[in-house]
Write a protein that binds this ligand. Sequence first.
Ligand SMILES: Nc1ncnc2c1ncn2[C@@H]1O[C@H](COP(=O)(O)OP(=O)(O)OP(=O)(O)O)[C@@H](O)[C@H]1O
Length: 255
Amino acid sequence: MSEIALQTRGLGVRYGSFDALSEVDLAVKRNSVHSVIGPNGAGKTTLFHALTGTVSANSGRIELEGRDITRASDDDRVRLGIARSFQVTSLFPELSLRENLRLAAQGRTPWQALIPWRRAEASTEILETADAVIERLSLQNVATRPAGELSHGQQRRLEVGMAIAARPRVILLDEPTSGMGIDDIDGMKTLIRDLGGDHTVLFIEHNMGIVMNISDTVTVMRLGRKLVEGPPAQVREDPEVKRAYLGNMITGDIA
Ligand SMILES: Nc1ncnc2c1ncn2[C@@H]1O[C@H](COP(=O)(O)OP(=O)(O)OP(=O)(O)O)[C@@H](O)[C@H]1O
């Protein structure tokens, strides 16, 4: 099996006559943390939309574990294993954190819920998955609390947990730390870094400290094109990258 989980080749997306993405070659290694950075309007969100099937590619290819998914619908891509982090608004606020995760875990195997004689077995497996995710999120102490009563930081971690519970091949996180306070940022940073051990995570992030600290690979975009891709230390020193940020310091420790 190739070590690349998700790959694009020559990917292009147009909005009318505007090229929002051009010739993007991206290679996301299995079980790694891969970040996408770039100034406003660089095409990061459009890239995510193209990967999840929210917008169609006008040129190029997208491959998941070597399989061409360029023309697959967004629903099919979820089934094939691309998970985009849920938004806080898609959590069920009345249900406990554990129940939310149980539903997310069930989403991947709806047939199990429909077959009566498999129900007990399926629910044990699903509960085990939910509990493993709770541990991973370090939210054991609030597992039975309604999702709507969790703190903002806990809800954001639960969003990531909902994606993990579906046991995807690749997890896409769109600015997972935006709007967070410093304590919550630390929790999210630890969670994402830890996920990279056995999950493939692709995330858009503006916080350079996090990007430089927890990424195995960084892709820098500008004006719809990939500028540079490589490990944090290499990217940070790249003259093109420094120019793209127009003198804005790319700060942050490198782990
Ligand atoms: N639906 C659309 N129709 C036309 N142009 C669009 C559309 N969505 C985005 N764009 C344009 O495409 C370009 C890339 O936008 P995109 O949102 O992908 O950038 P981004 O890197 O995610 O930016 P930010 O960091 O500000 O979120 C921008 O110039 C934007 O104005």
